[in-house]
Design a protein around this ligand. Structure first.
Ligand code: NAD
Length: 312
């Protein structure tokens, strides 16, 4: 009965992106260097750091793990910000597990922020500003890794229609995103809407619609509260369902999903039941491997964005 559903693994998608990153790397004089700051004892963070180290090194990037006391981290970040040997910076969160973590996020220079979480980068993203140097438009703004990984997956699966103009390629698609966190769900909903989709962003507080309006008349997306809406309204009309609810208890109700929908899970646990394969046309069970390649791609962007010595 699973015959019709294609299960697509992140590794296959990562491979294609890696080839693009590898060709970009060839033009660099030295391997781009990433500093990973680990200031907690969280085993998941340690695992992610080790995994990043391995993937970076296997692909010609230089990764240096910096284990620091969390009270020293802000100073360490300021030093790395002005150190020419350091191209990119990533901090493994949570550090304090409180609002203080946001101060750390703000401390990382936007010119070294591979995660794309600096205030200016986030603000560019929400406003659909794609370059750092308008009107020249030679230096691309850095996008947050996990949302961008989802976009790269949708491109790989041809959900982006390349017959349409750039930034309109999701026109006509309805997409449900379950999770509206500040680091993944909300930026993802905004990016998809900026590319032309009608997005239903679902969280425990309710459903919001992100969209550029009829005929994509608006330059950037607008957000509307969908009073009285729940998954019952969103799922049956969605071409794509993207879920990222933490914990192993949450499951997207398969019965509500449209026949032939494309289903993507970015939670570290499985948000879809096994019977999703009897409903979906394409199922992507995990995306972590793509996220790491996007991180390297962001690092490459950052070194490409640097003005050359003679200022050109
Ligand atoms: P988070 O805890 O900050 O946010 C989770 C969000 O989901 C919250 O807004 C919460 O209210 C919402 N939520 C909880 N229950 C819900 C429900 N029943 N329906 C709708 N929304 C619900 O977590 P996060 O940083 O957004 O990460 C989410 C998941 O994605 C985690 O499992 C994390 O490990 C994973 N993650 C994966 C990658 C990757 O590359 N694969 C990257 C980052 C995070």
């Amino acid at each position: 009965t699973n015959g019709a559903c294609k299960v697509v693994l992140a590794s296959a998608i990562a491979k294609e992106l890696l080839a693009e990153v590898a060709s970009g790397l060839q033009t660099r004089e030295r391997p781009p260097r990433l500093y990973g700051f680990l200031a907690n004892e969280d085993p998941a963070a340690r695992m992610y750091a080790d995994w990043t180290a391995k993937t970076c090194r296997e692909n010609g990037f230089d990764f240096i793990l910096r284990k620091v006391d969390r009270e020293d981290l802000e100073d360490e970040l300021r030093t790395a910000n002005v150190d020419d040997e350091v191209d990119g910076i990533i901090v493994y969160y949570p550090v304090f597990g409180s609002r203080r973590d946001q101060t750390l996020q703000w401390t990382v220079s936007m010119y070294k922020d591979v995660e794309g979480l600096s205030p200016q980068l986030i603000s560019n993203m929400y406003q659909n500003i794609r370059f750092l140097d308008p009107p020249n438009n030679t230096r691309k703004s850095i996008l947050p890794c996990t949302p961008l990984a989802v976009i790269k997956i949708l491109e790989h699966l041809n959900i982006y229609n390349t017959f349409l103009d750039y930034s309109k390629r999701l026109f006509g698609r309805r997409i449900t995103v379950i999770n509206r966190s500040e680091v993944v769900g909300r930026p993802l909903a905004a990016l998809l809407a900026n590319d032309g989709a009608e997005v239903y962003s679902v969280d425990v507080t309710g459903v919001q619609q992100f969209s550029r309006g009829g005929g994509l008349k608006k330059q950037e997306h607008e957000v509307r509260d969908m009073d009285g809406w729940g998954l019952e309204q969103c799922l049956p009309i969605s071409d794509v369902v993207i879920s990222g609810v933490p914990g192993d208890r949450y499951k997207v109700p398969t019965g509500l999903i449209r026949e032939g929908a494309v289903c993507i899970n970015f939670s570290s646990e499985k948000n879809f039941n096994p019977d999703i394969k009897e409903k979906a046309s394409i199922y992507v069970p995990a995306i972590g491997k793509v996220t790491i390649v996007v991180l390297m791609r962001n690092l490459l962007r950052i070194v490409q964005n640097k003005p050359s010595i003679n200022g050109l």
